[in-house]
Design a protein around this ligand. Structure first.
Ligand code: S3P
Length: 420
């Protein structure tokens, strides 16, 4: 499918909600499948990625729907199809290693993504894999022992895989992060009673059991990001996004849009600071944007938002640089390449760097006569980022079925606010 987006005929105004957080949704299903009892879930994202995790836990012997997951001892499964979902594949590798055997596979994008970062620490714990280094990979159930992992890549997926393995391993597993990454795993495991503690940049877990809880999944800030940028780049806009997850390990986009001069108000929901995952309302009004530099410890706090932030940068005064973000190259597509190619297709001045990109903004730019269609490489965030660019520049975005992996209702919300 393709999406044709015409420049917004009027400012974007009103209130909206976005579907549940993808990271929290995966964890609710997977950890629920490991827990004693039935985990009740409200607001689960029904995107293809999360449905892949749901199908996997069913194949492992658990009863699971989009609202209830009942844990059970895992039985060996045959093939588990992770589709496009890196989170399913990486978290499952760690969860399976001490508990059950299975073969994990995925689509052509997922088969290309690096898995050694997960296999290596798990193998040090005693896990046994065949195949690899990319999917398909077969895991055999083994008794594991805790180790110290000094991670070199900042990855919440690797951290989560090691902690899940550690929860089923003898002794103590200590995972040390180079830079803090999203901490949904730690929060949910603690809420489920896991023997886990934080010690500075280290997370320590010992063998233990989980107890079922009720999980309320907040709206995904990574999906809200598209509307935040839409409001920031279409003059006169005023969007209020309700029920957005505000976990501080995910809110880098708010810091960056503010640094760029966007008018942003955040109102945490009453009492939500003490909830497992904080959430609240975000209001964004359009205004003049200026370029900025995005690097260092900020990167893991907004890694999935860089394509759409690069779109915001296209309408900012001056240059915006994204650095220390080489991880972009191993996401659902090489997002440095796909973002720069998309921007250039719309006449935006942008260059790739080994660890990021540079965008030279033009605040007054409108449709570019030589524009060519955007190729998404099957990457949902690229598809949605360039649909948002279309609200200023007009865009024909090809191969947009992938949007269903994380945000199945995106196109209808776009039509509602921008008549696209
Ligand atoms: C995720 C972690 C991030 C992010 C991905 C989801 C998770 O990847 O890009 O979309 O749910 O743990 P990293 O493992 O690189 O942090």
């Amino acid at each position: 499918m393709s999406l044709s987006v015409r420049p917004a005929p009027h400012p974007l105004r009103g209130r909206l909600r976005v579907p549940g957080d993808k990271s929290v949704s995966h964890r609710a299903v997977l950890f629920g499948a490991l827990a004693r009892g039935t985990t009740h879930i409200t607001g689960l994202l029904e995107g293809e990625d999360v449905l892949a995790t749901l199908a996997a836990v069913r194949a492992l012997g658990c009863e699971a729907s989009t609202t209830r997951v009942t844990g059970a001892p895992w039985r060996d499964a045959g093939l588990l199809d992770c589709g496009n979902s890196g989170t399913t594949a990486r978290l499952m590798l760690g969860a399976l290693a001490p508990r059950a055997g299975a073969t994990l596979d995925g689509d052509t994008s997922l088969r290309r993504r690096p898995m050694r970062r997960v296999l290596d620490p798990l193998a040090r714990m005693g896990a046994v894999f065949t195949g690899g280094p990319g999917l398909p990979i077969t895991v055999e159930r083994r008794r594991l022992s805790g180790v110290v992992v000094e991670a070199t890549v900042a990855s919440a997926q690797v951290k989560s895989a090691v902690l899940l393995a550690g929860l089923g391993a003898e002794g103590e597993t200590r995972y040390v992060e180079p830079v803090a990454t999203r901490d949904h795993t730690e929060r949910m495991l603690l809420a489920m009673g896991a023997p886990l503690r934080r010690e500075g940049q280290a997370i320590v877990v010992t063998e233990g059991v989980l107890d079922a809880i009720s999980v309320t999944v907040p709206g995904d800030i990574s999906s809200a990001a598209f509307w935040m940028v839409a409001a920031a780049i279409v003059p006169g806009s005023d969007l209020v996004i309700e029920n957005v997850g505000l976990n501080p390990t995910r809110t880098g986009i708010l810091d960056v849009l503010r640094a760029m001069g966007a008018d942003i108000e955040v109102e945490p929901a009453p009492g939500s600071a003490s909830a497992a995952e904080p959430f609240g309302t975000v209001r964004v009004r359009g205004g003049g944007l200026r370029g900025t530099r995005v690097a260092g410890a900020l990167i893991p706090r907004l890694i999935d938002e860089i394509p759409v932030l690069a779109v915001a940068a296209a309408f900012a005064e001056g240059e915006t640089t994204f650095a220390d973000a080489a991880e972009l190259r191993v996401k659902e597509s090489d997002r440095v390449a796909t973002t720069v190619a998309g921007l250039r297709a719309l006449g935006v001045d942008a260059d790739a760097r080994p660890d990021g990109l540079v965008v030279r903004g033009a605040p007054d730019s409108g449709p570019f006569p030589g524009a060519t269609p955007i190729e998404t490489a099957g990457d949902h965030r690229i598809a949605m980022a360039f649909a948002i660019a279309g609200l200023r520049l007009g865009a024909e975005v090809r191969d947009t079925d992938c949007i269903a992996t994380s945000y199945p209702t995106f196109s209808s919300t776009l039509a509602r606010f921008a008549g696209a």
